[in-house]
Design a protein around this ligand. Structure first.
Ligand code: GMT
Length: 378
């Protein structure tokens, strides 16, 4: 199949999922066309099956906001025609599903039918999409897609609760390429980060308020009072600076390393003992799955789709949002005893296996085929 993939090219989970999906589909013989405003960060290798088409939005002084959706839908029309794309898979409803619908309608006028598969990722539904400013357009584009998938059962339920949905939503969970998380390092260079007796705790995100970054600092502060530990904070976003200031106020700035955006996630996870994800809401928690695949247990909140990934008492523990003391208690239970830690590490790795990319990607292939057969004509 020739598959057009539309996504955000940044470090966010939806872009990572879209990129990894495209790369795996290309290995399975499909021709993949990424159509977005810059080359996706995890897309390193372009080859005969993997292409990247940049959407340009020229600056024009009349526009207060540059019309990205318009440029994207025009580009989709051009690329579908030029490369004979069979199906468009758009990740994150806003504005991708809407732009794809416009492209589909324009192509229809020229006698070309292209099905749209929309994957809902989380904040496009729970935080941004359900805002009254966007709600009607998001519901419309979900209902007009030829197939709709959500990354967890919880997100499907949120979508049905928040919008008037007449379309079927299929749950296709996020996935992981386990081979990329096999520990290839003979030496993770752990010694560069911490002393032998220190446990390493890690958090990776886009540092948005939804991640409850301050909770992470408070949890770590309480842990390091009980056992020697270091905290690795990976990513960029608006909550990073306030977190750095909080570390200073608590006097733990020498125990917390802020990496910023990193291309060495696997290296960081390789020397991590525990991963913290106390988010307010999380449709899936791809970062937690990546940690689990690297054998890192999870201390998380029990919100949204996280319980579908992190299994209570097996791959880690889950607590109510904001229950810092419970998260500290659970973290110490895992970290204080080396044999318990080893058991949770092994369990985390084992649990991650059910999200093996090779098990999940065939679901998308089946969805594309079905969408092509049933392509709604408008
Ligand atoms: O908020 C983020 O973490 C970014 C966002 C995205 O779209 O990039 O993540 C969402 O999609 C990820 C991939 O499906 C999920 O793993 C995250 O749980 C989800 N984030 C939220 O629901 C807050």
């Amino acid at each position: 199949m020739k598959i057009g993939i539309v996504c955000y090219p940044t470090f966010g989970g939806s872009g990572v999922v879209a990129t990894e999906l495209g790369l795996e589909l290309s290995k399975r013989g499909h021709e993949i066309h990424f159509i977005t405003y810059s080359q996706p960060v995890r897309l390193e290798l372009l080859n005969k099956n993997v292409h990247f088409h940049e959407v340009n939005v020229p600056e024009y002084p009349l526009f207060h906001y540059q019309p990205y959706e318009l440029a994207l839908s025009s580009k989709l029309v051009d690329m579908v025609k030029l490369h004979k794309i069979d199906v468009l898979h758009v990740h994150y409803a806003i504005p991708h599903a809407y732009a794809a619908y416009m492209a589909k309608k324009m192509l229809h006028e020229e006698g070309i039918e292209v099905p749209i598969v929309t994957t809902l990722h989380g904040t496009d539904i729970t935080l941004v999409g359900s805002h009254p400013f966007y709600k009607s357009a998001v519901a419309f584009s979900i209902n007009k897609s030829d197939a709709v998938t959500s990354v967890s059962q919880s997100l499907k339920e949120d979508t049905l609760r928040l919008f008037d949905i007449t379309n079927k939503i299929q749950v296709v969970p996020n996935f992981i390429d386990l081979e990329k998380h096999i520990n290839h390092y003979t030496d993770c260079q752990r010694a560069m980060m911490a002393d032998d007796d220190e446990k390493i705790i890690t958090h990776i995100s886009n540092f948005r308020p939804v991640k409850r970054i301050q909770d992470i600092i408070h949890i770590f502060n309480k842990i390091q009072k009980e056992i020697p530990a270091k905290l690795m904070m990976v990513g960029e976003g608006p909550e990073k600076e306030p977190a750095e200031r909080l570390c200073e106020r608590l006097g733990i700035e020498d125990k917390v390393i802020f990496f910023g955006k990193s291309h060495e996630i696997d290296k960081i996870l390789c020397f991590s003992d525990l991963f913290l994800l106390p988010s307010e809401t999380e449709s899936f928690g791809l970062a937690a799955l990546e940690a689990m695949a690297s054998g890192v247990p999870i201390i998380s909140s029990n919100t949204g789709g996280i319980p579908e990934v992190n299994k209570q008492g097996v791959s880690g523990f889950l607590s109510n949002v904001g229950d810092i003391d419970d998260m500290v208690k659970n973290a110490l239970y895992i970290l204080k005893n080396d044999s318990i830690l080893a058991e949770f590490k092994a369990n985390a790795k084992k649990e991650a296996e059910q999200f093996d990319i090779h098990k999940i990607v065939p679901y998308y292939e089946a969805i594309y085929k079905e969408a092509m057969i049933n392509c709604i004509s408008i």
